[in-house]
Design a protein around this ligand. Structure first.
Ligand SMILES: [Fe+2]
Length: 273
């Protein structure tokens, strides 16, 4: 009987922690890479909600006073049809700072997998009406203080994520592929938003000074600082969470906010660059 009780205590603690992490926790991660520009980065919200209209996210970001807010894809899940919460969150975020959004595989999948083109159209409209900027292989620039920042959103071919509905024989991305859709990297400081961090080296070779990514959800389960599984069902993916350096160019990977996770709390990342 005592042995049973002794075994039940850690099992209950583990379950309690897992429930807390997936239902209540929300962390801020700070990365200091320079100074002068502060960026709040969120990714992979999927269906998760953090308080009414995601108020916990918007108020935490507001308290950090960012100059820019980046949303690097999968703000929704591909089977989702209700977009009210996303709409209200975007309307709050644009009051804080300019917001830039790219599509992840879930938003692309709405049309690529013929799931719901109408939802994608509505999402595009919601982003536009909110005042946020959606970058689909397109660019913008912004001047903050003395700095002129190129902000570019990269959307790869969907075969990077799925090939004939499977996760095998996926298309890689090279520098030449990026040049094909975006042209040469512009002169000056360039911030690239690219959902999939797997091609971090190619983004750096193209010339992005900072690339903001998500997609891998921190590797779903994290043990000893390593993410275990990728969305493509690969073990120990390379880039899951944190700052990765490619000869001075940085790949910045958010572990994201949504989906089931373990020892891998949902996060908002604040960068000073
Ligand atoms: Fe994704």
């Amino acid at each position: 009987m005592n042995k049973l009780i002794l075994a039940a205590i850690p099992a209950a603690a583990f379950t309690g922690y897992a429930v807390y992490e997936n239902a209540a926790s929300l962390s801020l991660r700070y990365e200091s890479l320079g100074s002068g520009v502060r960026i709040a980065h969120i990714s992979d919200l999927h269906r998760r909600r953090f308080g009414r209209n995601n108020r916990r996210i918007t108020s935490l970001i507001a308290s950090e006073k960012p100059d820019l807010i980046f949303i690097t894809g999968d703000i929704i899940s591909r089977r989702q049809t209700r977009l009210n919460t996303v709409e209200k969150m975007l309307r709050e975020l644009v009051k804080i700072a300019p917001v830039y959004v790219i599509f992840g595989n879930h938003e692309q999948g709405l049309t690529e997998e013929f799931i719901n083109a109408e939802v994608q159209e509505r999402l595009i409209e919601i982003i536009k009406l909110s005042g946020a900027k959606l970058l689909r292989n397109s660019r913008d620039f912004i001047i903050i203080g003395e700095r002129r920042l190129n902000i570019i959103g990269y959307e790869p071919d969907y075969s990077v994520y799925k090939s004939d509905g499977c996760y095998t024989d996926l298309t890689p991305v090279t520098k030449a592929d990026i040049v094909d859709v975006l042209g040469e990297c512009p002169k000056g400081e360039t911030l690239l938003l690219a959902h999939n961090p797997l091609f971090g080296k190619a983004y750096a070779e193209w010339g992005a000074d900072y690339t903001f990514s998500g997609h891998v959800h921190g590797g779903i389960v994290r043990i000893f600082g390593k993410g275990i599984l990728s969305p493509e069902r690969k073990f120990l993916p390379k880039y899951t969470k944190g700052v990765y350096d490619f000869g001075g160019k940085k790949l910045l990977v958010s572990a994201g906010l949504g989906k089931l996770r373990l020892f891998n709390p949902p996060e908002i990342v604040i960068y000073d660059i």
